[in-house]
Ligand binder design. Sequence first.
Ligand code: ATP
Length: 947
Amino acid sequence: MTQLLTPGDGRKGPATATGAVATPVQTEPPGDVFVALDTSPRGLTAADAVARRGRYGPNELPRARSRGLWRQLAAQFTDLFAVVLLVASAITFLAYALQPSQDVGTFRLAVAILGVVLLNASIGFAQEYSAERTAQSLQAMVPHTCRVLRDGERQDLPAHELVPGDVVVLEAGDAVSADCRLVEAHEVSVNNAALTGESDAVGRTGEPVAAGPLLEARNCVFMGTDVVAGSAKAVVFATGAATEFGRIFRLAAAAPRQKTPLQLQVSSMARRVAGVALAIGAGLFAVRVPTGQPFVETFVFALGVMVALVPEGLPATLSVSLAIGVRRMARRHALVKKLLAVEALGSTTVVCTDKTGTLTQAEMTITQVWSGGASHPVSGVGYAPVGEVTDAAPVRELLRAAALCCNARLVPPAGTGRLPRSGREGWRVLGDSTEGALLVVAEKGGIDPAAEEARAPRVAEHPFDSVRKLMSTVHGTTDGDSYRAYVKGAPQELLARCTDIDWNGERRPLTDELRAEVIETNDALASQGLRVLAVGWRPVSGPHPTQDGAESGLTLLGLVGMLDPPRAEVSDAVDACRRAGIRIVMVTGDHPLTAEAVARRVGIVRQAAPAVVTGASLDAMNDDALDGLLAEPAELLLCRVSPEHKMRVVTALQRRGEVVAVTGDGANDAPALKHADIGVAMGASGTDVARESAVMVLLDDSFASIATAVRLGRSVYQNIRKFLIYLFSHNIAELVPILAATFAGFPLVPITAVQILAIDLGSDVLPALALGAEPPEPDVMDRPPRSRRDRLFSAGVMGRILFLGGIQALGVCAVFFWHIHASGIPYSHFTEDNAVYREAITMVQAGIVVSQFFNALAVRTDRQSVFRIGLLSNPWLLAAGCFGIGLMAAISYLPALRAVFNTAPLAAADWAVLAGFGVLLLAAEESRKWWLRRHRSGNRRGGVRCE
Ligand code: ATP
């Protein structure tokens, strides 16, 4: 990690790789920059690169120090709940010390509360640690690569392999990976916001500039910044910590993790419940003291109940559940960078999707070439240059011009070299797939792009951008000082800049009839779903014409039509989105007819007349008209649009209250990606800038992965509701018997605080976690999206908590009082040592544990019968439930534990009665779901919300 040359800001630099004295990079002409950095326009040799890597180390910044493990652990004890519990434990210890009898039960309670704090701290710590590891591993899944020349060959390399002296190729959308001096620049501008805070794009040049502060040198680009337009070649002069970014990079602790609205909702709910628990504890204390119960014991009892009712583990369980969702999505090729996205995905109502690569395979094959009024079909598929152009002679100039006007490179399968041209498999394109197809068709037509480039070297370029939809390059000719501009792009745009047309080698004025014929041909190709490009040229007077000078007064050479087959998995995903009530809007820069043909193939368009709106007509619409358009239920295709249009549509949809997911790959998609509820970037083909702006990255670029992510996002939300219902309903079963006994005048409690803690810690935590990991329910995509306003604790959820908790409470009250009454002993004769009382409280504890086992099964589905998804389909849940019952059995049968919990051994018949109550609970819940299915199946389309 070093800087070879220092700027002219007074700082003295170290010796260069060769030991030469450092000189400022920005003042040298490009040729001298190569010499000074001991490299060449062909880049470093592989051996030199290895040697420099050994000398300077990897191009990496020192890792941001994350909080030390001890500090992370300590932080768990400063959280509000932990503090409340620690105080409660301290009070209980104090009460124990103050009690004249030194009741061992009080001591146990104090220890149990401490146990709760420790358990929660460990869960919280483990969760935080694993979330950090997940974030790191997810980051590693989207490697940061850059284009480098090594031994004269262009290669894609991981950015950490860059060394000083490397020659890099930069294009719009690239993140700059090291500090570099530009040696060739074509309309380049960069965004230096990461370094200077200035977010406006600033132009760059390849020419020398006057000495001055390095950051202000207009011929340098820096690590951490982005190329927003143009293309360039540059030589690396500083890597890793020696870069400007490295200098200002703070070794500060990782940024604080933000809480999502869902997490905030749960935290605030947990706090409210804690408040209610406190009130109940105080209430119990107030009711029991006047009945003559000992003061300190009653206080300790009330404190215990309060602690038991506090949902301490809830925030941690929630975070675990969200993290599981993130990991599942990553396994299905959707990397979620912020937990917020998991939540938003579940309520997505509109997906605005690109076409190329997302709906299609982005493997372009030119199937038609048109020139001089004649079509020339092309054989062969994919990127292997195997096949031929029918009657190629008249279209060679078109193919040559198109190939010269390309930045992509065709890469033969490893180890085969260029010749022989055998085998279709394994040919790849480095760069734009549209350009890859042009290189392939040129070869099929007998053109050797490399030889053509050598004959007519490129001297200037006006890079492609998706607003202009054109690209042009300027080439010298062998005869010396004449130059030609070759232009390719969207036919409509290119045709508007043509004055002539090449008609079988003869230049003719582009009359209205000829223009009409070209448009007709374009439409015919587009309506077959082909992407069409037009190619033209013009002579130019010098090597550096302006963009307008190069791209006007053109002679049209002809058209090419390329096929990009739809991805096989997309039709099913589109179908799933339809059933899920999610609207899909195709947003493409392509021709309306191409867009419609592809949309029909993948099922986005089914109606005879979808609404097809072009960028130009969007420009003519005011916001009201746009809102009106979006309000119509018609299938919508937005074609020939630019990223600005995309941004406008996203904003308009959000105005209508929609939750919008939008895909993007280009640098100027960044605003829309940031603005959308879920910005989705392409991992395989997208630019670094798009990936940085998005909250979700699709590793395989496929639309199907968005649908999968929505499905998983919905299920995460459902799972959270499941464990909330599970956890809160048993609180009712713990509380009601205590209240009932208090009001019935029974002198003792039907369940002690230590028993309640044993339930909360022993039998409830694991099933709650297992519920958080439930696989999606089969009908999760058969419901309309959840409303954004929908609260986690909806009336439906509260109702279910009361329903299930009520049944559990009735069951345990019944077993307790039945047991007490059956003994015939009057209430006032009961003491803690009484065998019947010990049996009765054991029945209550076991009753809650057993009914929670059935409750966990019952809450697994919303409305489906749990038998339909299979009782055994979540083995973790069964294992967690069995563990809880096993623990209860140990508490009932092991003498040591019996002494701690004041319990008694249960008979087989007792367990049978409890299991019977559990089955009743499951049956009641199944009947409720059956009733729901019967009454709501009719109006499913009518907007039943996910509950
Ligand atoms: P899609 O939705 O299919 O992904 P897009 O929105 O990415 O399309 P752009 O890549 O902006 O569309 O392309 C818009 C139009 O510009 C294309 O239809 C094509 O005619 C033309 N075009 C695309 N790539 C190039 C290129 N490299 N050089 C010149 N013209 C191009």
